[in-house]
Design a protein around this ligand. Structure first.
Ligand code: FDA
Length: 392
């Protein structure tokens, strides 16, 4: 049985960062990972270039049952702090769009940087550790796995959410939370493509078509980005963003002509005196502002009920607030993140420590804090990891 000050479970974004911070405070840290390599999700993130943060990060970019919870940690460790670290390692980066920062070369540089930071903190990294089981209680935790038995006064759970099981995602964080009496907000796929069925199935014939739109689901905000029609339904950044707010049975609304400011502007030509009012003119108007295949489809499924001004107004309103009724999502296999997770009511927002179990910490995606698309999920991983790493 080997003794450490801190055991961190999961060598992903949050676990690597937390282990490094704690190690550099002279804590003896063991980082335990069941994959054969650390940071697998970092490696595939951002198309292999890792969108490692977002310079416009605010608490409003996160979804949680308690929208205030993330504030302290996000204020403690800001995007500029991570950027300082990236620059210290000479990693070249660029802003792609909307404040999203990416590596110029490879996500591998971020993993190497975090491993170098762990080395500076003399963190012991244990890979290929299978069948983790935890016992004990406050201040005296025992971790048993295929690689041996270990004890520590502090235990940090950083095993992430359920997204992409084939990369090693498991529900260990939820099991441990429940084992220690913490509540869990039901995990659900987020930043995930939506599936269309029934009469809306005809949309998939447009697979490959993309358009600049605004989308919103439920009480969520409107997202102005690209929508992409897929072989199963809808995707693209605007839909992925809205999916995090979508619940089964709800409608999502798409504005196909977000630049047509104000009602009555889109079909103006048809409404004018002596203007041609028929299906051909309607389609022509749509083709002027939308990708051709999309315009053709909408001209059929969104045709006005007649050619009066009232009917044209109704058709235009429909195009500006088009309702889709998703049959479901593409699930955890395709979800970029998992929403829900360890209920923040049970955690200290400054340290991520379980209120009822001193010495037990939960960080990263396993906690009920989910970022928008665009580098926010990594920023939460870094910030929650630093909060815990400074406390353990
Ligand atoms: P993370 O999943 O990174 O790490 C958890 C670790 O725990 C893993 O190493 C896992 O193997 C290990 N583990 C799990 N179960 C275990 C068990 N039972 N025993 C031992 N170890 C266990 N975000 C962003 O901000 N910008 C981006 O560009 C992207 N891009 C992106 C692309 C794709 C394809 C995906 C799937 C996700 C993204 N994300 C993203 C999201 C981002 O990757 C994610 O939010 C963070 O990696 C979460 O960090 P964590 O450390 O919490 O979990």
């Amino acid at each position: 049985m080997r003794k450490f000050d801190v055991i961190v479970l999961g060598a992903g974004a949050a676990g690597l960062m937390c282990a490094a911070v704690a190690g550099q405070r002279n804590r003896r840290v063991l980082l335990v990972e069941h994959n054969t390599q650390p940071g697998r999700k970092i490696l595939i993130s951002g198309g292999g270039r890792c969108n490692f943060t977002n310079i416009h990060c605010t608490p409003a970019n996160f979804i949680s049952e308690n929208p205030h919870f993330a504030k302290s940690a996000l204020a403690l460790y800001e995007p500029s702090h991570f950027l300082e670290l990236v620059e210290r390692y000479g990693i070249k980066w660029h802003e792609k769009t909307l404040g999203q920062l990416f590596c110029d070369h490879s996500a591998r540089q971020i993993v190497d940087m975090l491993l170098a930071e762990c080395e500076r903190g003399h963190v012991e990294v244990l890979l290929n550790a299978r069948g983790i089981a935890v016992e004990g209680t406050s201040g005296a935790f025992r971790v048993e796995c295929s690689a041996g038995m270990f004890t520590a006064g502090a235990l940090v759970v950083a095993t992430g959410g359920l997204s992409i099981p084939k990369m090693g995602a498991t529900g260990l964080v939820y099991e441990l939370a429940q084992q220690f009496g913490l509540k869990v907000v039901e995990p659900r796929p987020a930043l995930v493509p939506l599936v269309l069925g029934g009469r809306e199935k005809s949309w998939v014939e447009l697979a490959g078509v993309a358009a600049d739109v605004t989308v919103h689901a439920g009480s969520g905000p409107k997202f102005r980005e690209k929508l992409l029609v897929t072989h199963r339904g809808l995707s693209g950044p605007a839909v992925l963003q809205a999916s995090s707010y979508w619940r089964p049975g709800e409608v999502i609304h798409v504005d196909f002509v977000p630049d047509a400011n104000g009602q009555g502007r889109l079909l103006e030509a048809l409404r004018g005196d002596g203007g041609r009012r028929d299906a051909v003119a309607f389609k022509q108007e749509l083709r002027a502002v939308l990708p051709q295949r999309l315009a053709g489809h909408l001209a059929e499924v969104g045709a006005p009920a007649g050619w009066s001004n009232l009917a044209l107004d109704a058709a235009e309103r429909n195009l500006r607030n088009w309702p889709f009724h998703p049959a479901g999502t593409e699930g955890f296999e395709k979800a970029e993140v998992t929403a829900g997770g360890v209920d923040t009511d049970g955690l200290n927002s400054k340290t991520m420590e379980a209120r009822a179990v001193p010495g037990l910490f939960f960080i990263g995606e396993g906690v009920d804090v989910t970022g928008h698309l665009g580098g926010f999920n990594f920023q939460w991983a870094w910030a929650s990891a630093v909060a815990a790493g400074r406390e353990v």
